[in-house]
Design a protein. Structure first.
Length: 395
């Protein structure tokens, strides 16, 4: 962000102007707040393609009076209670609306105020997912205490989503087909007028480099540790298993991440001299640098609707080890990755050790991984399709 727009340019004045797109998001990156960088990258890409737009950030963390902030695409920062008036202004201007991960209340307002022919809604996962699909993230005791809250969230989310799913005028966008299938099952309504468009993987940031056989010994685990569905415990336990095998000391391993489970999950590998443990958030530039310094990326999972971090590592040419669960088989296969069965540290350890013992596989796996991401999640397959979608929303 570079500053604020002049006070005379009030939010509603800006929204009453006709734009090529208005991107509506429940959260948007600011100087002081991270998260939803994948939404901002879309707005930047649309602007780079010559589209004139505005972002509406209606985060519940916004408590100040509505105001504009300048960025590559201007950002209208409003409170959730300001959203109905903002949508009325947008509707009057006739601008196409792109809504990402709307809250149930926002989805109600969008569906009521924006003509379906000008509305596209991106569902990234949690907004239309039964919480029980991620029961691994809570203990039985925790779930018992909050079950009534989660059940109410389910009802609220599915109630708001059902009429949007069934409205053929509204475009619904999912990042994977398995996500669409799960969402339809959970909501209880088949989605009409659907596009499957994965999240974009930036090939300029994550530049492909073919890995050499000797790089099989340089191993990276870099993930969020906030939720257990990322299954970092599986990879870390696999490293402990491998530590009892001859040659483990010759490996150079980096573990980096952040989140509530970081301290407890890395405890078992901190004692190894060849394991570097770093706690902290990684920017895209830092992630790309860590990719380039390593050959193998450990990316276990219990549930993913796409696996963006997996895709970024593959785009960099890293050889990845992940699990063939949820949407992962849509984005990689055994020509690009090693795919041990899920939730099994011993299987994960065996896959890693097979690669260490047979490093000649590295170059082919590396080339195939980068090519697949370029084909499936590169600009042509994602951003260009989204721009075409936006132009189709314009009357």
């Amino acid at each position: 962000m570079t500053g604020t727009v002049a006070p005379r340019d009030t939010v509603l004045d800006v929204l009453r102007e006709r734009h090529d797109f208005v991107l509506v998001a429940v959260t948007y990156p600011h100087r002081w707040r991270t998260g939803s960088e994948y939404v901002r990258s879309r707005a930047d890409a649309y602007a780079a393609a010559g589209l004139r737009g505005v972002v509406v950030d209606y985060s519940p963390l916004n408590v100040a009076e509505p105001h504009m902030e300048s960025d590559t695409t201007p950002v209208a920062v409003i409170r959730p209670t300001d959203l109905p008036a903002a949508l009325e202004a947008i509707a009057a201007a006739g601008s196409p609306v792109l809504a990402h991960s709307p809250t149930p209340q926002a989805l109600d307002e969008l569906h009521a105020r924006i003509p379906g022919e000008r509305l596209a809604v991106w569902f990234h996962g949690y907004e239309v997912r039964d919480y029980r699909r991620l029961q691994c993230n809570t203990t039985t005791e925790e779930l018992f205490a909050i079950r009534h809250i989660r059940d109410a969230q389910n009802r609220d989310r599915f109630r708001a989503a059902a009429p949007v799913f069934s409205d053929p005028a509204v475009t619904k966008v999912f990042v994977s087909d398995i996500q669409r299938q799960y969402s339809e099952f959970d909501v209880g309504v088949a989605a009409t007028h659907v596009e499957i468009i994965p999240n974009h993987i930036d090939e300029d940031t994550y530049r492909a480099r073919e890995r050499r056989p000797d790089e099989a010994r340089r191993i990276l685990l870099m993930r969020g540790f906030a939720q257990l569905n990322y299954a970092n415990d599986v990879a870390l336990r696999a490293l402990e298993i491998c530590s009892r095998r001859d040659g483990f000391g010759e490996l150079d391993i980096t573990v980096r991440g952040y989140g509530q489970h970081f301290g407890s999950e890395v405890k078992g590998v901190r004692t190894f001299d060849n394991v570097t443990v770093e706690e902290g958030f990684s920017s895209p530039a830092q992630m790309a640098a860590l990719h380039d310094a390593h050959g193998v990326f450990l990316c276990p999972t219990r549930y993913d609707t796409q696996g963006v971090m997996l895709g970024e590592a593959m785009a960099s040419g890293m050889v990845t080890i992940t699990n063939p669960v949820a949407a992962i088989p849509e984005f990689t296969d055994d020509t690009c990755s090693l795919l041990p069965r899920g939730n099994d540290p011993w299987a994960f350890a065996d896959s890693l050790w097979e690669l260490v013992q047979d490093p000649g596989r590295m170059p082919a796996l590396s080339r195939n991984a980068a090519a697949r991401v370029r084909r499936q999640c590169g600009t042509t397959a994602t951003i260009d399709r989204e721009i075409e979608l936006i132009r189709g929303l314009t009357p």
